[in-house]
Design a protein around this ligand. Structure first.
Ligand SMILES: [Zn+2]
Length: 138
């Protein structure tokens, strides 16, 4: 890490020196132009890294949205009522008509969703004799 930082600083200052050296022939001081080019590189790198950071954040956000959209898809593997009995995964939506085209018989098939209810129960985690004693004593 420190080695990479030192190498990066050495490259930055070398590039600034290379850019500042020809300006000495025009009568511009080496130190002032070297500082100018060094500062320009730091400012440029700041904006470049900020651009990369924002781009990565946007890509990450797009990836998360795509992942959530993929996870929100619900469907079921259904069997076509034709003689071939081909199974297909069909996306199911409760507020739309769920149809698909069977790849075997090329017919449009409608998927009906059958809703059922069930009583919510609590699993008994204690040993049966303890439950029986508690039931008798209460
Ligand atoms: Zn079919």
């Amino acid at each position: 890490m420190v080695k990479r930082l030192l190498v990066s600083l050495a490259i930055t200052f070398s590039v600034a020196a290379i850019c500042a050296w020809p300006l000495t022939y025009l009568g511009i001081g080496f130190l002032s132009s070297w500082l100018f080019f060094s500062a320009i590189q730091f400012i440029g790198f700041y904006f470049y890294s900020e651009h990369v950071r924002r781009k990565m954040a946007l890509q990450e956000q797009a990836f998360i949205l795509a992942q959530e959209a993929e996870l929100s898809k619900q469907g079921a593997e259904v069997t076509c009522p034709c003689d071939q009995g081909i199974k297909c995964f069909v996306p199911i939506s409760l507020n739309e008509r769920n149809e698909y085209n069977c790849p075997g018989c090329k017919k449009d098939i409608n998927v009906f969703v059958d809703l059922k209810t069930a009583l919510v129960t609590t699993p008994v985690l204690e040993p049966p004799d303890t439950v029986i004693k508690q039931t008798i004593l209460s």
